[in-house]
Design a protein around this ligand. Structure first.
Ligand SMILES: Cc1cc2nc3c(=O)[nH]c(=O)nc-3n(C[C@H](O)[C@H](O)[C@H](O)COP(=O)(O)O)c2cc1C
Length: 174
């Protein structure tokens, strides 16, 4: 079986159309995110989101991005700040795979978005302290990444990838 088209055709755009996203769209995406696997089913991911039409909320998230990411995200249909719970709920030990597990959730969210015709662009370029202050993120939670989402009508921007031989090794390294 071939790799799914919606995986092959995904890319991260730097612009979005004016078409708004809805609360229901976002709920579906977060439901998909929440189906991801996680160590001890801890589900350490949290998401703070704002739709562009909710101007004050959108502004607070937008101001949590590094300047270099603020320009091209101003017209996104929605912004998300992705957050991890740093310690296990049950014993307060550090959750060493929390960030990995957030990545899995983001991956699910990305595939679901692709299936819904929604494009998104992940960002590591955030200002964590701004997110903590402006979005009331409590202690024990770490804002890690952001996502800009929306509709896109331009040309495909699919980028080259490393060949499989460079990333997967049978038996031993290399
Ligand atoms: C964790 C993470 C952080 C990223 N940070 C940024 C960022 O701060 N600004 C940006 O423009 N793109 C950012 N990107 C997008 C990547 O540059 C992009 O995914 C990569 O070049 C591959 O392109 P593609 O997603 O179109 O396949 C980030 C992507 C990931 C997964």
């Amino acid at each position: 079986m071939e790799v799914l088209d919606l995986i092959k055709e995904r890319f991260s755009p730097y612009e979005f159309t004016d078409k708004p996203l809805t609360e229901d769209d976002l709920k579906t995406l977060f439901e998909a995110a929440g189906k991801a696997a996680s160590a001890f089913n801890e589900q350490p991911w949290r998401f703070v989101y704002a739709l562009r039409q909710d101007i004050a909320e959108f502004k607070a998230l937008h101001e949590s991005l590094l300047e270099g990411n603020q320009g091209w995200t101003a017209n996104a249909g929605a912004l998300v700040i992705a957050v991890v719970s740093t310690n296990y709920d049950k014993n307060e030990n550090v959750n060493a795979t929390a960030e990995h597990d957030l990545g899995l959730a983001d991956g699910n969210l990305t595939v679901q978005a692709s299936a819904m015709g929604i494009h998104l662009h992940q960002m590591g370029g955030i200002i964590p302290q701004n997110a903590i202050d402006k979005l009331n993120i409590p202690e024990g939670f770490k804002p890690l990444t952001a996502i800009a989402l929306g509709y896109y009508e331009g040309e495909s921007g699919v980028k080259e990838r490393k060949p499989i031989e460079d990333i997967a090794f049978k038996g031993t390294w290399g």
